[in-house]
Write a protein of this length. Sequence first.
Length: 316
Amino acid sequence: MNFKLFGVGIVLMSVLMGFNSPSEAREPPVAKLVQVTGSVEYSRNGTSWRPVTRTKYLFSGYQIKTGEDGGGKLISQTTGMAQELGANSEISVTDMDIALVSGSLSEPIEDSSTIFQGLSNKFAKAQRYTTVRRSVTKTDDQVCDSKVRTIRSVAVSSAHPDLVWRNACPEYSYRLVIDGDQIHEIAAASNAEMMRFSVEGTAEGEHSYRVEVLDVDGTVYIPRKDSTFTWISDDSEAKILANIDGLGDDAFMVTNMLETNEMYVAAMDIYRDYFTENPDDNDMRPLLIQSYQGLKLSNLRENEARLYNASLEENF
């Protein structure tokens, strides 16, 4: 085999597919810092520091320092052991461990609030969705994709009643059909980054739904197969929310709990709120990217993937 020609073929194929090679992706977090008090900061280069005010997931290469009134508890991903970080201390995070640079760090002890392995597995899987397409041309950008797909199965509730789908084109309107006979006409929303519909007056249990796409001349797309949503009873929702209350300020454990119960839209909203409040926490962004992917919000997935890949080039 001519390996030189084979290599050229691979490069050509990548170009034709229209994808950029992603930057080196992050491994899952090594540890997390919880019960943060006082002055605590983190850095990825040891020069520029940013405040930590809530649970923070720590990646290899991170550094943490505390002030006179600062402290927190570190939980290792690899061992599940916890250590108390004292005031006026500094640590560095390696691929597998936490190293004390100065100050005080207690001996490891067993802790019940470990990082669930499932979260790290999900983070690793999310990396596959961080690849982005090459920049579209002006002609490409003007073409609307009418094939609007919806997540195959999702749960909604009184507190989180929304179904979502991609806004295919500024002039397209939509017809939401629930259980085959409940018709909801949704007007075009040229500036909406996604379409949302709040389900109301629906019985507990499973229901079918589909989103049809229309333009001024009529229907342009009908999916071949309906999706389903499950309306969660108020009692079941109350139990889920009670469990979430016990997770404190760990947004990623909250989203994990919601996704376990198929409340994917509710989880997406938590991710969005978190990254709005913490735009610098790009190393955790693959989880939002994966959320968009699951909900078939391909335009938002690509936008977030671009932000994520750009952040990997930074060294703050």
